[in-house]
Design a protein around this ligand. Structure first.
Ligand SMILES: Nc1ncnc2c1ncn2[C@@H]1O[C@H](COP(=O)(O)OP(=O)(O)OP(=O)(O)O)[C@@H](O)[C@H]1O
Length: 259
């Protein structure tokens, strides 16, 4: 059984149709990258998978049960959502932001933390090299430092489904590689990992499966080499790509815009 799936998913914003009837199932133990041009509906798809948006038609199922019927607490323990470019407006300590990832497990920030929550928070901070930032106020961190703390918050939930929306957007090359290695490690422990990426090279290298969204539908879905083939991504992005082989991995390089 798939960990999470959408069936006949239609998404609308007012009159505008954003997604036109998607059928997708996501397995445990795999990293799936969702790519596609700006506005293609990648974030919208993640929001539906997280239960944050309601389908106009179709359904989302978590381990075979309708997501809409699962209470928010149980949903929060089973699906962790790392939002795009997460902002922080309150002067919370980075440690406490990560501890928010334990709320679905019943953590209460106004009481002394339980050992399991403390350990999960420390593990998550350690994984993103964030332990030295733990005492800092989140609103004083750089964009990339904050992104790592937000990733730690998502990891601290230790959920079987991890949804990550552009988690590497503000990270330098070293931390971007580290973030992708963390997502692979999450899949290795059995999690279903779904990540939105604009960096097609990282998608090609780290994902088991790539879904290209374009014009409200799935333009390609399969192993990276097939889904990121030149004809698919040239058409999806309106860009001429070169494909370069690096260490046996095909890397698409955006070269020229089509007029
Ligand atoms: N709250 C909203 N109200 C109206 N339209 C919206 C809203 N949120 C998203 N949209 C529209 O839905 C479409 C898909 O947006 P979405 O954020 O899912 O795209 P995306 O593929 O994640 O884009 P990007 O790569 O730019 O982050 C866009 O045309 C966007 O303008």
């Amino acid at each position: 059984m798939s960990a999470i799936e959408v069936r006949g998913l239609v998404s609308r914003r007012g009159e505008q149709e954003i997604l036109s009837g998607l059928d997708l199932a996501f397995a445990c133990g795999e990293v799936t990258a969702i790519v596609g041009p700006n506005g293609a509906g990648k974030t919208t798809l993640l929001r539906h998978l997280a239960g944050l948006d309601q389908p106009a038609m179709g359904r989302v199922e978590l381990e075979g049960a309708p997501l809409a019927g699962i209470d928010p607490g149980a949903r929060g323990r089973r699906i962790s959502f790392l939002a795009q470019a997460a902002s922080a407006y309150w002067p919370l300590r980075a440690h406490d932001v990560v501890a928010l990832g334990r709320l679905p497990h019943g953590a209460d920030l106004s009481r002394p933390a339980r050992a399991a929550d403390t350990q999960a928070v420390e593990r998550a901070l350690h994984r993103v090299d964030g332990s030295a930032l733990a005492h800092r106020s989140i609103d004083t961190l750089s964009q990339g430092e904050r992104a790592r703390i937000m990733m730690a918050r998502a990891l601290a939930t230790e959920a079987p489904v991890l949804l990550a929306d552009e988690p590497v957007a503000s990270l330098d090359p070293a931390f971007a590689l580290q973030a992708m290695e963390i997502l692979r490690a999450e899949a290795a422990r059995g999690a279903c990992v779904i990540v939105v990426l604009h960096d097609l090279g990282l998608a090609a290298r780290f994902a088991d499966r790539v879904i290209v969204l374009a014009n409200r539908v799935v333009a390609a879905d399969g192993p990276p080499a097939a889904a990121l083939a030149a004809d698919v991504i040239d058409a999806a992005y309106g860009v001429g790509f070169h494909h370069v082989l690096v260490d046996g991995v095909m890397q698409p390089v955006a070269w020229e815009r089509r007029q």
